[in-house]
Design a protein. Structure first.
Length: 397
């Protein structure tokens, strides 16, 4: 837990789940720059405030402590694609007793019945994925009006000409600030008469041949999903080397992305039932679309937005398939992989298997051998390796 000194008070903020070994804060200079700007040049009071892409809840939590006369709305609406980010926001709000002073929406909910009808202050934390920014600006644009105050923020390395062009193309004229502590602000003046093109997301494409059961089939990718416009090399290797199993297996596609791996497992073994799970709402929506378009309707499937496999009943799975990420926003970290491996082991029944694909240099075999007591190489190429670890039965005493 680290203290974040804001113009509206000091906050003790954490990421979720808390990783004592990870020295990563729940905010950065971009969050600080935006809040200080708002304190100095506060919009008129009243109206609805929407916070888009707040990574760990720093902006949302700080806004709930702001004086009513200083900001437009004391109950901000947070829109996030990240389950972990929203859980962090809930914990940070709870810590200051403000859990009822903000409304949290997923990226999928932000375009449905719960979407705000009018936005008076739109704060945008620029995401790593330009596609996700494009999709979400399209989703919120109908609620933006001529007097909406739109302010974005991000680190200098995250804000490019293409970022500003998106704001220009979807909302209206856009400029950027000078850099402060390697962070910038984005100022956009909404133009309700702007003729904007249709939202290009979701994207669908056909897979190549030679990758097992998914050869030639079509996948659906909502914006922000990993490798949304192509099949990544690691997943291709895993698909070409899936375990050959039959019977009523319980399979988990862990960190499912667009669901191509879990759908391939369902096609190879229609008697299985597959749980697709990811911390991204966009990913789980993509996985469900991919599965529905390709799998036998009789094949059972569930779709869960969650923290790795933490919510899966212990000892309930026969097979877990996993292509873990090794980035947390801008930070390179193996915390997600460690979390996935640990929760996968807990979810597996004795004799159950975890299959992992990853870059060779990440050394996942060392961690899997330590966690499972075994690990073997199933397949490899110059860059990637497919590993298999088996949950062993406890020794009889």
């Amino acid at each position: 837990m680290y203290r974040f000194s804001t113009p509206f008070g000091d906050l003790d903020l954490t990421r979720y789940p808390q990783e004592p070994r990870e020295q990563l804060r729940a905010w950065d200079a971009a969050d600080d720059y935006l809040l200080r700007h708002l304190a100095e040049k506060a919009p008129a009071a009243g109206g609805t405030t929407v916070v888009l892409g707040d990574r760990w809840g720093a902006l949302t939590t700080a806004l709930t402590t702001a004086p009513a006369t200083a900001l437009a709305g004391r109950e901000p609406v947070q829109v996030s694609d990240s389950y972990l980010g929203q859980q962090a926001t809930r914990e940070n709000l709870r810590r200051i007793g403000a859990q009822d002073r903000a409304r949290l929406l997923s990226t999928r909910e932000s375009r449905g019945a719960q979407a705000p009808e009018r936005i008076d202050l739109l704060l945008v934390r620029v995401p790593k994925s330009l596609a996700l920014l494009e999709d979400q600006l399209h989703a919120l644009a109908p609620a933006v009006h001529r007097d909406t105050v739109v302010v974005g923020t991000g680190m200098v390395s995250e804000i490019h000409t293409s970022t500003l062009a998106l704001f220009e193309r979807i909302l209206g004229p856009t400029v950027t600030s000078l850099a402060v502590r390697k962070a910038r602000l984005i100022f956009c003046t909404p133009d309700p008469d702007l003729a904007r093109a249709a939202n290009p997301w979701p994207l669908r494409y056909a897979l190549p041949d030679g990758i097992g059961p998914m050869s030639g089939r079509t996948v659906t990718n909502h914006a922000g999903v990993f490798c949304a416009d192509r099949l990544d090399v690691g997943t291709r290797l895993l698909l070409a080397n899936l375990p050959q199993r039959q019977g009523p297996d319980r399979v988990i596609d862990l960190g499912c992305g667009n669901g191509v791996v879990g759908t391939a497992a369902a096609l190879a073994n229609p008697a299985s039932d597959v749980l697709f799970t990811d911390e991204s709402h966009q990913a789980v929506a993509s996985a469900e679309a991919t599965f529905r378009d390709n799998a036998d309707p009789a094949t059972a499937a569930e779709f869960l937005v969650a923290d790795a496999a933490a919510g899966v009943p212990a000892g309930s799975a026969d097979l877990v398939l996993n292509n873990p990420p090794f980035h947390s926003h801008r930070a390179t970290s193996d915390s997600s992989a460690r979390r996935m491996f640990a929760t996968a082991r807990a979810a597996l029944r004795p004799g159950g298997e975890l299959w992992v694909v990853g870059n060779r240099h990440l050394g996942y075999h060392v961690r899997l051998r330590r966690l499972f007591g075994n690990c073997e190489v199933v397949a490899s190429d110059p860059r990637f390796v497919v590993l298999r670890a088996v949950r062993r039965a406890p020794r009889a005493r």
